[in-house]
Write a protein that binds this ligand. Structure first.
Ligand SMILES: Nc1nc2c(c(=O)[nH]1)N[C@H]1C(S)=C(S)[C@@H](COP(=O)(O)O)O[C@H]1N2
Ligand SMILES: [Mo]
Length: 338
């Protein structure tokens, strides 16, 4: 394709970046199969950004010749964008799983989050204003061609990964790699942001259950009396997953009258909390055991939530209260804030 006018390239790049952010957030949220499509879209959008790089480079060269003082910010932006793309591609293929002991997925997300304010500044400082006349058949054809080529390159890359037996072929659709399945001692333990393992005295600890009938405090012995087994995949947005056998009490056996409740608030002794749609209730387990043994403190002792089909950040550790509420489940920050 002949190079489009610079303004069109800039607008295309901006559109691709916005899509990359939207689908990226989608992948972080996705825990079950329908999320596959979002992950696929994220990959294709990433390739589209790479395809736009040669055209953008021409614009950047012209800009640099003007030697503006803000050029350092622009170069930083370019560097962060490259890191985001390289760590994304590296983690997806498995060619670059970690850098200096830090998981590539984490670097990808961190670079992308740092990039966002810079992109916002860049768009404000050098606005590429769309014109009504941009929406020609030609532009649409170009956009279609770019999407098709990006899709083709994505498919070709994933075939190479599969046929070449690269580690990337063994990751889940979320991008995560198996780390310690059926071997709890080699399963990583993570916190979402800055949480800490609280010191808990199991004898004094209680799980408070609040529902339409009031509040009850259950002891650890009350909970270990249950032995429902659930095999489920814990998939952390940091890029690893582990399938394990969990044993504990089904939430549906602990809560009584549901009344008109719309959500279940699950709170940790650490202050961490998350709200589930009430429709999830029958799938949730308050786990007391992992792989046949009591939970390790770092994995949530005395009890932690098991939420099959949901990403790791829903699996609240060190649970001390579950409460049915009338509040809709989406009435919470899109991701936990601690
Ligand atoms: N209380 C609390 N529970 C939490 C978190 C946290 O920060 N605090 N992190 C969540 C995240 S992001 C993940 S991936 C899983 C990790 O579980 P693990 O440490 O047992 O592997 O716990 C979840 N439960
Ligand atoms: Mo996580």
């Amino acid at each position: 394709m002949r190079a489009p006018p610079g303004r069109i390239t800039n607008l295309a790049l901006l559109a691709a970046l916005l899509l990359a952010v939207a689908t990226g957030i989608g992948v972080v949220a996705a825990g079950s199969s329908p999320g596959r499509l979002v992950a696929l879209a994220h990959g294709v959008v990433g390739v589209a950004v790479v395809l736009l790089v040669p055209w953008k480079t021409r614009i950047v060269r012209r800009g640099l010749r003007r030697a503006r003082r803000s050029r350092w910010a622009s170069l930083l932006l370019a560097a962060l964008a490259s890191i985001t793309l390289l760590t994304g591609l590296g983690y997806a293929t498995g060619l670059l799983r970690s850098v200096a002991g830090t998981r590539g997925m984490w670097l990808h997300v961190a670079a992308a989050l740092t990039l966002l304010p810079l992109v916002a500044w860049h768009v404000l400082a050098r606005p590429a204003r769309p014109r009504k006349t941009d929406l020609t058949r030609r532009t649409l054809l170009r956009a279609g061609a770019l999407t098709a080529v990006a899709g083709g390159v994505y498919l070709a890359t994933s075939s190479v990964v599969r046929l070449g037996g690269l580690p990337g072929a063994r990751r889940r659709f979320t991008g995560s790699y198996d780390t310690g399945s059926f071997d709890p001692s080699s399963m990583p333990s993570t916190v979402w942001l800055d949480d800490r393992t609280p010191r808990i005295d199991p004898a004094a600890w209680r799980l408070v259950v609040a529902d339409g009938d009031g509040e009850r405090a259950l002891s650890l012995a009350d909970l270990t009396a249950f032995d429902t087994r659930v095999r489920a995949v814990l998939d952390c947005t940091g890029g690893w997953y582990a399938e394990q056998d969990w044993v504990g009490a089904p939430v549906s056996a602990l809560v009584g009258s549901r009344g008109d409740a719309r959500s279940l608030l699950v709170r940790s002794a650490s202050g961490y909390w998350i709200r589930f749609p009430v429709g999830d209730l029958d799938r949730l387990l308050v786990a007391t055991r992992l792989g046949g043994a009591p939970l390790a403190p770092r994995h949530g002792f005395p009890v932690r939530l098991v939420a099959p089909g949901r990403r790791g950040f829903w699996w609240v550790k060190w649970v001390d209260r579950i409460e049915l509420q009338d509040t809709p489940w989406w009435w919470q920050p899109p991701f936990p804030v601690t």
